[in-house]
Design a protein around this ligand. Structure first.
Ligand SMILES: NC(=O)c1ccc[n+]([C@@H]2O[C@H](COP(=O)([O-])OP(=O)(O)OC[C@H]3O[C@@H](n4cnc5c(N)ncnc54)[C@H](OP(=O)(O)O)[C@@H]3O)[C@@H](O)[C@H]2O)c1
Length: 350
């Protein structure tokens, strides 16, 4: 029997209710949600009822929930501009903390989080669930078969949804986090891409705002140079368009073939591998459909944080602040490049 960890939720909004709570409840041997704090208390009380948290464990501020010694770690789901101050307080209270992506609202805040996380023994994690997709294992297994890699194209595009529950949140309508939806959703795509192909060296990009509702630029079209293997590619992201198919894919080209991972159907991503060195080759095609669970990586992410907290070993955290910094820094580089009419911009280090 694993040791059950008590979770304190900070920010009992949409994603806390719709995904984090169900994920913890699906793993009762590992987690018990025992306390909550939300800026608007009534929402924390409603959450506590669903989560079966006792009334005396609904707290009125971060200091109170941190003072509860029975809580093993904090799970914070806040607008990104509150992440840095939350990390400062959690680490000062010696309480491990996992915070929802993006790591922070600005590069300066993200840098502060990396610095704190790297000078404490307290585990600090950024919840980037796309680092935990099952399909990535299949991609990594077959990528070496297509030979030295030359180039790639990443595309995540879709139609605008007027009645999107996330769009209705005030902090997304008036984003303090750089890039608005470009960092909100874009860091997911970049987490997946970087996990598979390695870090980005530099970008040339054009961004623009397609929908007034997005608050800021919501679309990026870019060319990208990776740090390793002289790999070049394109990265396209935006869900602000008129009617179109939702299309999420990564296609990688090698000297001995190509690999396409199609994430458009989230529960059943497909990987297509074509082996052959040219048009004249007797090319062989293999196709795989991978099953993702309904949490789309969140359960695996929580189990990873569980390991780090239980073993008191922050090095086990896969979504470390340093890793998540890179994803936000790429978004920052897109915006800077676009502001300079597409000039090449090198990604900042923490
Ligand atoms: N991994 C994913 O796929 C995914 C999906 C969705 C969201 N997320 C992340 O989850 C987090 C929450 O997003 P959400 O969609 O659940 O948004 P949400 O429903 O607006 O939740 C945000 C929560 O933060 C609280 N809050 C706002 N300002 C605050 C302040 N000044 N001090 C303390 N608390 C404050 C809100 O409290 P009030 O009730 O008082 O407004 C609310 O409970 C974000 O970081 C987002 O990026 C991740």
């Amino acid at each position: 029997m694993p040791n059950t960890l008590n979770v304190g939720i900070v920010g009992t909004g949409i994603f806390a209710r719709d995904r984090h709570l169900p994920s913890y409840q699906e793993m009762p041997e590992h987690f018990r949600v025992t306390a909550a704090f939300n800026r608007t208390r009534s929402k924390a009380e409603a959450f506590a009822e669903v989560a079966e948290i006792s009334k005396d464990k609904v707290y009125d501020n971060l200091d109170e929930i941190l003072a509860d010694e029975s809580i093993s770690f904090i799970d914070a789901l806040l607008p990104a501009q509150f992440n840095a101050t939350t990390v400062v307080k959690c680490v000062a209270a010696n309480k491990p903390v996992i915070l929802e992506k993006p790591i922070a609202a600005t590069i300066a805040q993200a840098r502060e989080i990396v610095k704190i996380a790297e000078t404490t023994s307290v585990p600090v994690g950024i919840a980037e669930n796309w680092l935990f997709l099952e399909v990535a294992k299949t991609v990594k297994k077959y990528l070496p078969k297509i030979g030295p890699l030359s180039a790639f194209t990443y595309n995540s595009t879709g139609p605008f949804i007027f009645h999107n529950k996330y769009l209705a949140t005030s902090w997304r309508k008036n984003p303090e986090h750089i890039g608005g939806f470009l960092s909100d959703g874009g860091v997911h795509q970049l987490a997946f891409l970087v996990d598979i192909l390695g870090e980005v060296h530099s970008v040339s990009a054009h961004t623009k705002q397609v929908r007034p509702q997005s608050g800021t630029d919501d679309v990026v079209f870019s060319t990208v140079r990776m740090k390793k293997n002289d790999l070049i590619g394109t990265f396209t992201y935006g869900s602000a368009f008129g009617s179109c198919e939702k299309s999420v894919f990564l296609k990688v080209y090698g000297l001995n073939g190509s690999l396409l991972v199609n994430l458009s159907e989230k529960r059943a991503p497909k990987v297509t591998v074509i082996i052959g060195d040219s048009a004249e080759a007797d090319a062989k095609t293999e196709e795989f459909t991978v099953k993702e669970d309904g949490s789309f990586g969140v359960n695996a992410e929580f189990l990873n944080f569980y390991e780090a907290v239980s073993k008191k070993d922050k090095s086990l955290v896969k979504g470390s602040p340093r890793i998540a910094f890179h994803h936000l820094a790429i978004v920052a580089a897109f915006l800077e490049s676009s502001a300079k009419n597409g000039d090449n911009v090198v990604i900042e280090n923490p």
